[in-house]
Design a protein around this ligand. Structure first.
Ligand code: ZN
Length: 230
């Protein structure tokens, strides 16, 4: 009976696939079967760090233990469309759906128990106010589902203080830029393997600044994960 009602409702209010916008069949959820089979997955969690393109972005900057990205970002592709919905069309639940999906892929690997704490990159307070949510937090919330880690969305904060630069010395200016991120809960970080979460990995400079703050707070090691890599 319940299925019948669902099918009836779907006639008038069909659910669409987040990825291709096609109408979902009754037993499909959020993303259609065809997209689930054909999205550009990176599978980079199967590579060792020397071959891993996410780890390579951080060579010579900060040590990154594991580099993870679920999808490959291509301009005007399905991944770009999904990221656009997540960031600009008020659909953070899609980030969580992708996180849970990636989590189920990692569940059967040694990464299931590799990370102690999962921490998303905090959004700038101004952006958070406009958007109303942090998309990386939603992805992290999904990712923790099948992993034996704890999720700590407030362990890292973005400092708002960007005092006028003109009267500062060069060193002070450098410190002012470098101190964009601060560890708010050092006790959750010390001697822990942290998985840092971002939405897209491009240059990696934001993740690098966060990783630096975590290592200064005596994190044991840092890994990074994102929905997509450019
Ligand atoms: Zn689809």
């Amino acid at each position: 009976m319940k299925q019948l009602l669902q099918d009836f409702l779907n006639l008038f209010f069909p659910d669409c696939c987040y990825s291709c916008q096609g109408i979902l069949l009754a037993r499909e959820k959020s993303i259609c079967t065809s997209c689930r089979a054909n999205l550009p997955f990176t599978h980079i969690h199967k590579l060792n760090p020397e071959q891993n393109p996410v780890c390579q972005k951080f060579f010579g900057k900060i040590p990154i233990r594991f580099g993870l990205a679920f999808l490959k970002f291509t301009k005007s592709g399905k991944v770009q469309r999904m990221l656009h919905q997540i960031k600009y069309q008020n659909q953070p639940e899609l980030a969580q759906i992708l996180g849970e999906w990636y989590s189920s892929e990692l569940q059967s690997t040694s990464l299931q128990s590799a990370f102690d704490v999962i921490i998303p990159v905090p959004l700038h307070p101004k952006k958070l106010k406009i958007r109303g949510y942090n998309q990386s937090e939603y992805f992290g919330r999904g990712l923790v589902k099948y992993l034996s880690s704890i999720f700590e969305p407030s362990a890292l904060v973005r400092t708002t203080a960007t005092a006028t630069q003109t009267k500062k010395s060069r060193l002070e200016r450098w410190e002012n830029v470098a101190r964009v991120f601060e560890v708010a809960k050092p006790e959750l970080v010390r001697n822990k393997h942290i998985l840092l979460i971002d939405d897209v990995i491009t240059t990696g400079s934001t993740l690098e600044a966060c990783g630096q703050a975590l290592l200064e707070a005596e994190a044991l090691s840092v890994s990074v994960a994102a929905i997509a890599m450019a």
